[in-house]
Design a protein around this ligand. Structure first.
Ligand code: SF4
Length: 224
């Protein structure tokens, strides 16, 4: 697939991240999500006019550098990646090519989507976009169905390996419970980023803990 001209609307690109998939990973958060799950911690990614356009070639270059630094995988989250199926397809095809060129075919590609399995099956363009994904985590976030299943926000969400690498890497985690806190904190010049899948009450506890130390949020991404 040609990279030229393909851009992805993204909210953020950060690495290494350690709470959305195995090992050290490059994280790409896509901008734009119409699904509006109650309790979503990433409301800032909903508006498709937010974020910024980033060339797929530029994202591929970041992935190349990440692999040179020994990263284990790429996680695409959101927002809803399948709102931009052509750009997602281009990104995953480029990432697949880069890992093979770099001699790192073991570095996996994981995609989060709020779409349900049945919705994916009924949308050929969405399914095609995931051709190079080694695994996907599917389904809306449902605040009323808490879970400790690793990398999932609610018990309904499915971890689905799709390739031989995906099966090797993710099969041991299909029913594994998280054994450490689900959030990673990264501070940049613009914001404090909470990366991962919080357990029930974890965000409120963090807010209270920070307030006790004199730190309060001017705004945050999980409150309307
Ligand atoms: S949890 Fe995911 S799918 Fe649901 S509204 Fe938030 S970004 Fe969209």
């Amino acid at each position: 697939m040609a990279l030229t001209g393909q851009t992805l609307r993204v909210a953020e690109v950060l690495g290494p991240i350690t709470t959305l998939g195995p090992g050290r990973r490059l994280g790409v958060w896509v901008q734009g999500c119409p699904l509006a799950c109650a309790g979503c911690m990433s409301r800032h990614t909903w508006d498709p006019r937010g974020g910024r356009d980033v060339g797929v070639a530029d994202l591929a270059a970041l992935w190349r550098r990440a692999l040179a630094d020994g990263y284990d995988g790429l996680t695409v989250s959101g927002g809803e990646p399948l709102e931009q199926p052509r750009a997602l397809a281009a990104l995953l095809a480029a990432a697949d090519q880069v890992r093979r060129d770099a001699g790192r075919p073991d570095a996996d590609l994981l995609v989060y989507t709020g779409r349900e399995d049945a919705e994916l099956a009924a949308a050929p363009e969405a399914a095609a976009a995931l051709t190079h994904a080694d695994a996907v985590i599917t389904g809306r976030y449902r605040a009323g169905e808490p879970t400790r299943l690793v990398w999932r926000g609610s018990a309904n969400q499915q971890l689905v390996p799709r390739t031989p690498l995906g099966h090797r890497r993710y099969r041991p985690h299909l029913h594994r419970l998280a054994d450490r806190p689900g959030l990673q904190v990264r501070v940049t010049a613009a914001a404090v980023h909470l990366i991962g899948v919080p357990r029930p009450g974890e965000l409120s506890a963090l807010e209270r803990d920070l307030a006790d130390r004199g730190v309060t949020f001017q705004e945050n991404s999980w409150r309307p």
